[in-house]
Ligand binder design. Sequence first.
Ligand SMILES: [Zn+2]
Length: 61
Amino acid sequence: MSKLPENLILTLACPLCKDRPKVIQSEDEKFIECHKCNQKFPITDGKIPQLLSEEAQPLKK
Ligand SMILES: [Zn+2]
């Protein structure tokens, strides 16, 4: 796993939130997290964020 480039993350948007809140990469670098709806989305091959509503998983608090 690896960090995604910051400029790539800035182009990403949560598919579940209509107002495109900022998303962040999780600490383990395996997910993109939306803290507005508290869902996370897997990053496949360490570089391809799957920002799809059917891939959403609840974020543990
Ligand atoms: Zn969201």
